[in-house]
Design a binder for this molecule. Structure first.
Ligand code: CAA
Length: 389
């Protein structure tokens, strides 16, 4: 029986944010539509010097503080916003982290589902190699476009999971149930740096996938809502997860339903301010809940992962003894609280300053360099990354 799971959780976001009330005013929308109806308060804004590579490397650095890099065998990076049609973004991440060449580096793609696939691969690997570790990272800059319905659900950030066969935070149970359906709810053609989203339809597919999988999970495992202490969801925006949670609340007694609701609130606290980080979004919910200190050791959590297109999975995890000593709530809150607020005009400028999709050289704006790693520009069709200092 595998004991594999998550040893450390690292998080990174950008140094800038947009207030949803400012965006609402600029778009002629009632602010409560964004803050209550959609459930988002802020979104991290990415200058062009921050992309899925720099954010992934920064989150991994956060997870690796004090760790022995020699124990890492793989860097698996789930992303929707990959920077090259061929080379895995994880190769750049490995280089920025100074990991040895013997490390295997791959990118996994399926909309917002990539980090869950990375985690599953990591679990299989570390179970067979006790003592060895794998980084499973989800990193994205979520772009729907200026003046689009999806604009209020953008964001940027990464979550890195350091996985091992003797995890200190969370044991991942071997009870995954998953499904794939061909759905045109959200996709991004290679010529575009913004997603095409059928927002209401994507909500329908998400909820339908949750319903199907939750029923299958209960039928095949014999478990029910009362076997869990919390439910976590992929959160493209906080209202989305709440809609799925409502299905579970119908099955819980009032006392437990209240507990589930309170814990859902805690799980969405970081995401309401960072926005959708696509691949890492479910794991940002996990971090947000764990760092709220509401859960006791031994608690069992259900996790629902979803990637448009569409792939979905339900699995469970159990909190290890002493897990809270492995978390860094103050550091992560400081990363969110320390961002500088940008006005809508500056956000629109940054959104439009995107590396060109043609062979011309490009320089990122140095005034926005922040964080431990950055893209400085593109020279002869090659992205140029550097570490701070
Ligand atoms: N006060 C309070 N609430 C208000 C309000 C007001 N003044 N005005 C409207 N609302 C409420 C509405 O009633 C609605 O609530 P319910 O959904 O509970 O009914 C909510 O605010 C949103 O209103 P609309 O549906 O009218 O908003 P919209 O048409 O602008 O679209 C959206 C909202 C569909 C979420 C849109 O932002 C969008 O397309 N987002 C991107 C798509 C997305 O995130 N899909 C989710 C899964 S896909 C994913 O995660 C991507 C991936 O795999 C990579």
């Amino acid at each position: 029986m595998s004991e594999a799971g998550i040893d450390r959780i690292g998080f990174a976001t950008t140094s800038l944010f947009l207030d949803m009330r400012d965006l609402a005013e600029s778009r002629g929308v009632d602010p409560e539509k964004y803050t209550v109806g959609i459930g988002q308060l802020e979104q991290s804004v990415a200058p062009s010097s921050q992309d899925c590579v720099t954010l992934a490397a920064a989150a991994a650095k956060d997870a690796l503080e004090g760790e022995d890099l020699e124990k890492i065998d793989m860097v698996l990076l789930g992303t929707e916003s990959g920077v090259d049609a061929s080379r895995a973004a994880a190769v750049y991440v490995k280089q920025l982290l100074g990991l040895p060449d013997r490390v295997r580096c791959l990118e996994l793609k399926q909309a917002c589902f990539g980090e869950t696939a990375a985690l599953a691969w990591a679990m299989d690997y570390v179970s067979r190699r006790p003592g060895r570790k794998v980084l499973a990272i989800g990193s994205d800059v979520a772009r729907y476009g200026l003046n689009t319905p999806g604009e209020a659900t953008q964001g940027a950030g990464a979550v890195a999971l350091l996985c091992s066969s003797d995890p200190k935070i969370l044991k991942i149970e071997d009870d995954s149930r998953f499904l794939t359906v061909l759905a045109s709810d959200f996709w991004r053609p290679t010529y575009s740096n913004c997603a095409i989203a059928r927002g209401h339809y994507s909500t329908e597919v998400y909820l339908e996938c949750f319903s199907r999988l939750w029923k299958q999970y209960k039928d095949e495992t014999g478990r029910s809502a009362s076997d869990f202490d919390a439910f976590l969801f992929h959160l493209p925006f906080s209202k989305m997860g709440l809609k799925a949670l409502r299905e579970v609340l119908k099955e819980a007694d009032p006392e437990r339903a209240k507990v589930f609701q309170d814990r859902f609130e805690a799980s969405s606290a970081y995401g309401r301010r960072v926005g959708n980080i696509y691949s890492g979004s479910l794991y940002l919910s996990l971090l947000s809940l764990l760092e709220s200190s509401l859960l006791e050791e031994g608690s069992r959590i259900a996790l629902f992962s979803y990637g448009s297109g569409a792939e979905a999975e339900i699995f469970s995890a159990t909190l290890r003894e002493g897990y809270s000593s492995m978390l860094s709530p103050l550091r992560h809150l400081a990363a969110i609280n320390g961002r500088r607020k940008v006005e809508v005009a500056e956000y629109e400028h940054l959104f439009s300053d995107f590396p060109p999709a043609n062979p011309q050289d490009y320089s990122c704006d140095e005034r926005y360099f922040a964080g431990p790693f950055r893209l400085t520009g593109i020279r002869e069709c090659q992205r140029q990354y550097e570490a701070e200092g």
